[in-house]
Design a protein around this ligand. Structure first.
Ligand code: PLP
Length: 435
């Protein structure tokens, strides 16, 4: 670790700033074990790419899968596979237990009151589209406003914009300061009697900023405004307690928390979820159907029409049990250390301009290199076996706030190592020097 880089656990700062953390979290964090050994559980991380050991720094795009997730999915397909909820046979019962067990795991990860508050969807994008079509259509009308931050992923902009355009409402983005943090006073000023929904990222995918969503949610709820949180970049890195946060809805994707693609979840507060109309119609979401009239199931079934992605849900359940077994405090502590090291490496290279330097952040660094196209930097790093993302990261308004169209993004997970961060820094220095 470089000099002056004593681990400054962001969650200790957050606690001092009055943010609620799950009960016992600080005690656990102080006693957190070492999770570095868990890297051995991820087969994909142990390969050579372009003649060099793979350095996977593209975790904000997606994460690799540990052996217990791969094994759980194989076991499910080899032994227990069936459709759920329907057949009265043994495999249907096993598959249903596995699917509902995954729902219970999601509820536990998020601190929901019950598994009935968890709706399975394909991922964050589908979850937000579902909410725009149900919550949005119920609440938003002509002249109304939806408040979101400048940092949002397109998945948390476009569905709301499509809704707003169809009903004559408008989006009101909250500005961010030079560090890439939202301006709370500007946010407070944007909330009005016209605001129907606030839609916020918990963590920005492009910049790594952790938004102060707790006070933001409290301010909205004090005015009776519904809040949707996009937790896609948070769940694998931060402890999340939806009840402490007070969010009405919290959405995430399984593939960003070491689970498979094709599965994600919406947490919806029970009383609010119960008021939403169905989204897609079909099997499994009904109580009774005639040609004249259909009555619908209670949540969560009301929102899960058709055969769900059962095997992927099983994989997600295994991924959640895996991270909870390691402990979010241990994961957070490790990533905090890696994040500081990453920023130190980049700050040391004169032609690198960091985009987003907020104090409260996860281990994500977004940057541009003077005189170099971001895609060229990404390609050159790939030549060294290092996978980063270069592009607009599906967050064009966020990058344009800093006067750039694209950036290079290095995004870490707990399974990355100090050595990889140093390799990345050394490779980038060589690329910048043109060697
Ligand atoms: N929201 C954020 C903050 C994201 O980072 C992403 C993916 O990068 C999404 C939403 C969309 O997630 P998905 O593509 O899994 O639906």
């Amino acid at each position: 670790m470089s000099e002056g880089l004593a681990p400054a656990y962001y969650f200790l700062d957050a606690a001092r700033a009055g943010a609620s953390l799950p009960r016992g979290f600080l005690e656990q964090a102080r006693a957190a074990g070492d999770v570095t050994g868990a890297r051995a559980d991820f087969p994909a991380l142990h390969q050579q790419v372009n003649g060099r050991p793979l350095v996977w720094f593209d975790n904000a795009a997606t994460t690799h899968k540990p052996r217990p997730v791969l094994d759980a999915m194989t076991r499910f397909y080899e032994r227990d596979y069936s459709n759920v909820h329907r057949g009265a046979h043994t495999l249907a019962a096993r598959a249903t237990d596995a699917y509902e067990g995954a729902r219970a795991a999601v509820a536990q990860l998020l601190g929901a009151s019950s598994a009935e508050e968890i709706v399975f969807v394909r991922g964050t994008t589908e979850g937000i589209n579902l909410l725009a079509a149900t919550l949005g259509r119920s609440l938003v009308g002509p002249g109304d406003e939806i408040v979101l931050s400048t940092l949002e992923h397109h998945a948390n902009i476009v569905p709301w914009q499509m809704l707003a355009q169809s009903v004559g409402a408008r989006l009101r983005p909250v500005p961010v300061d030079e560090s890439g943090q939202v301006q709370l006073d500007a946010y407070a000023a944007l909330l009005s009697d016209r605001t129907r929904i606030v839609a916020l990222s918990h963590v920005s995918n492009a910049l790594g900023t952790v938004l102060p969503i707790e006070p933001m949610i409290a301010m909205a709820r004090a005015r009776g405004i519904r809040v949707v949180v996009d937790g896609a970049q948070a769940v694998a890195h931060l402890p999340v307690d939806v009840r402490a946060l007070g969010a009405d809805f919290y959405v995430f994707s399984g593939h960003k928390i070491f689970g498979p693609t094709g599965i994600g979840a919406i947490y919806g507060r029970r009383d609010v979820l119960a008021t939403l109309p169905p989204w897609q119609g079909g099997g499994s979401m009904i109580r009774d159907v005639t040609f004249e009239h259909t009555t619908y199931s209670e949540p969560p079934a009301r929102f899960e029409a058709g055969t769900p992605s059962i095997g992927d849900a099983v994989g997600l359940g295994a991924a959640i049990r895996y991270v909870m077994g390691l402990g979010m405090p241990a994961i957070a502590a490790r990533e905090d250390r890696l994040g500081h090291l990453l920023m130190a490496e980049l700050s040391d290279i004169p032609s690198v301009r960091l985009i987003g330097t907020a104090a409260h952040r996860v281990a994500v660094a977004s940057f541009v290199v003077e005189g170099r196209r971001t895609e060229d930097v990404g390609r050159a790093l790939d030549g060294c076996g290092i996978a980063v993302r270069s592009g607009h990261h599906c967050a064009q308004p966020a990058l344009r706030r800093f006067g750039v169209e694209t950036s290079v993004r290095a995004s870490l997970a707990f399974y990355n190592t100090e050595e990889e961060v140093h390799t990345f820094g050394a490779s980038l220095r060589r690329i910048v020097r043109g060697r």
